[in-house]
Design a protein around this ligand. Structure first.
Ligand code: B16
Ligand code: MG
Length: 214
């Protein structure tokens, strides 16, 4: 049986990738190189510092740790400015309805995100009260595909991993779910998320009855 659903944030509940993209592009611009939407695909689900490493690799730059921390902070300040203007209209189609039905059916709901800004996004979109547990980048030490974020989620909910289903838009997130011993629902394309139990284009086309059949 299924006792809990664990949701990734960016790409599953909200589309913050566009704000990450504008902020990284602005940083690349200051550093003197271009950063495309296609480049940005490589940053999805990846931690902030690992994202910066990919960006610098694209620009052909090598910097010391202090310089990298300063750039990451600069990018984050811009990103926080953008996400501060978010509201409930930015919740992705079908996400809130699905979460409400889960709660009504007694299935627990947790967040499993790499972002250190998750609380700001959840508060601005009004999603915070729906979560029984919130695990984000401020609580974890290992990035996906390490299973830590989801293992911590199950632990905090007091449920067994094999009764959990993870919702993820990134390949590394599907791998993290599998390594945690959980089923997974991929949101996006079957080409990159083929290892998920099932792949959907959005939560709009999903129901709790289909969840219980996984
Ligand atoms: P921050 P998720 C991830 O969120 C994003 O997909 C990824 O692009 C970002 O670099 C990462 O959070 C860290 O975010 O800079 O806000 O700490 O998909 O795990 O919800
Ligand atoms: Mg994601």
């Amino acid at each position: 049986s299924i006792t809990a659903c664990l949701f990734d944030l960016d790409g599953v509940l909200v589309d913050t990738a566009k704000y990450h993209y504008i902020a990284w592009k602005r940083l690349a611009g200051e550093l003197g190189f271009d950063f495309t939407e296609q480049d940005n695909e490589r940053l999805k689900g990846v931690s902030r510092m690992a994202s910066l490493d990919i960006l610098l690799e694209i620009g052909g730059m090598t910097l010391d740790e202090d310089a990298k921390l300063a750039l990451a902070e600069k990018k984050n300040a811009w990103y926080v400015e953008y996400i501060s203007k978010m509201d409930e209209s930015e919740i992705l189609p079908g996400a809130l309805d699905f979460i409400q039905v889960l709660k009504a059916r007694g299935i627990k709901v947790a967040l499993g995100s790499a972002s250190k800004n998750a609380m700001l996004i959840l508060n601005n979109t009004g999603l915070t009260p729906y979560f029984d547990a919130i695990i984000d980048g401020t609580k974890t030490s290992q990035a996906k595909p390490d299973p830590e974020v989801f293992t911590m989620g199950a632990h905090e909910l007091g449920v067994q991993p094999d009764t959990c289903v993870v919702f993820e838009d990134a390949e590394a997130g599907i791998e993290a779910a599998t390594r945690a011993g959980m089923r997974s629902v991929g949101i996006g394309s079957p080409e990159t998320l083929g290892r998920a139990s099932i792949v959907l284009s959005s939560l709009e086309e999903f129901t709790v009855d289909r969840l219980l059949e996984l």
